[in-house]
Ligand binder design. Structure first.
Ligand code: SF4
Length: 355
């Protein structure tokens, strides 16, 4: 069960409103790796992310041109847009003015309290939520000196100090995050933060690495926290194409039965008994059923050892034989089909709900 907590409206003044926190579906977030000022390429990438069912998208705003590009980007997309700002508070002000649906800052590198106060005042007027995101790589010097290393306690002390400042300035439209590239330290930091704060938490492992190692780290870190009810938005961090981040994020949520916008695919690992090309068939079924709008379970099994058993538990199944396969619906045998026609026949059964 997820813990009770505040909800935050993202996109308060736009058509693409989104609520995070409380008992809402956990939101998938990703981040563009295009140059934000190249708004056309950024819109193209966001549209690809949207197609993959990314809920929220973040872009870096490293300069004024990027901040101004937010206006054009927002016009071309259909999901809330988050501006990620470091160091220069005027970029936060520009981003809010340009209509960012949420901004992400690390108050520790924004500079003086006066500058932070200006951001808070601007965000109050436009009802723009702010994520206070503290990362191990950008921790304030005094806190780092106190703990000697960016440990969980240091991250939580930093974020709590910022929360106190925001609350003193009557601003509670906030989301929090504490991230490190160390999985265990990130889990610890989020557990500590979840105990003392009821604000929505954005969770992820920062700088997790390349496709394979990054997927493993994100799955363990984000998965562990979600299992404990911690986390309202997630960002899988993988070096490379952000579309892959969204796919992995969906798989993490599916593995925890927290995602019902796509089918869950069960496929056997194959062995010498395998009678059909399970990997190819499972991959094609996965691609082709992405748009089936419910969390059905589809099993693709290589032989009759575990096949009928899995078929009983699944909504639809293929149980392989020698270059052919039996199609099942809710455990009931439907018919035997040649291997080449298995994908199209199963899709037909799903579409037309045979029997
Ligand atoms: Fe092997 Fe059959 Fe198990 Fe697949 S289901 S791994 S083919 S025994």
């Amino acid at each position: 069960m997820r813990r009770g907590k505040k909800t935050i409206q993202i996109g308060q003044n736009t058509a693409e409103q989104f609520t995070i926190g409380g008992d809402r579906q956990i939101a998938i977030q990703s981040m563009c790796n295009t140059k934000t000022e190249d708004w056309k390429s950024t819109v193209d990438q966001i549209l690809q992310l949207q197609k993959e069912k990314c809920d929220l998208v973040r872009v870096s705003v490293p300069n004024k041109k990027a901040a101004r590009a937010l206006i054009k980007i927002k016009e071309g997309i259909g999901i809330p847009l988050i501006a990620d700002i470091h160091f220069d508070y005027t970029l936060a002000l520009e981003s809010i003015k340009a209509g960012a649906d949420k901004i992400r800052i690390n108050p520790g590198n924004i500079g003086s309290k006066e500058k932070l106060k200006e951001i808070i005042d601007a965000a109050k007027k436009t009802k723009t939520p702010i994520r206070i995101g503290v990362n191990s790589g950008s921790l304030e010097k005094e806190i780092l000196a106190k703990y000697s290393a960016p440990v969980a306690e240091a991250l939580v002390e930093s974020v709590q100090k910022h929360v106190n400042f925001f609350e003193k300035n009557d601003f509670d439209n906030i989301v929090l995050s504490v991230k490190t590239s160390d999985v265990l330290e990130t889990i610890k930091a989020n557990r500590l933060l979840a105990k003392i704060s009821s604000y929505p938490l954005h969770v992820g492992i920062t700088e997790a690495g390349t496709m394979r190692s990054g997927t493993a780290k994100n799955a363990i870190g984000i998965g562990t926290l979600l299992m404990e009810g911690i986390g309202d938005t997630i960002r899988v961090s993988i070096s490379g194409d952000p579309v892959e981040e969204v796919k992995v994020a969906k798989d993490i949520l599916k593995a925890l039965n927290l995602y019902n916008k796509e089918p869950i695919i069960i496929a056997c690992p194959t062995c010498s008994r395998t009678g059909i090309d399970v990997a190819k068939i499972a991959q094609r079924i996965e691609e082709k059923t992405k748009y089936v709008p419910k969390g059905i379970r589809i099993a693709i099994m290589g032989c009759a050892v575990n096949g009928p058993g899995e078929a009983k538990e699944a909504d639809y199944a293929i149980v392989g034989g020698n270059k052919q396969g039996a199609i099942y619906k809710k455990g009931e045998y439907i018919r035997i089909v040649d291997e080449k026609k298995l994908v199209s026949e199963l899709l037909h059964v799903i579409k037309h709900e045979e029997r």
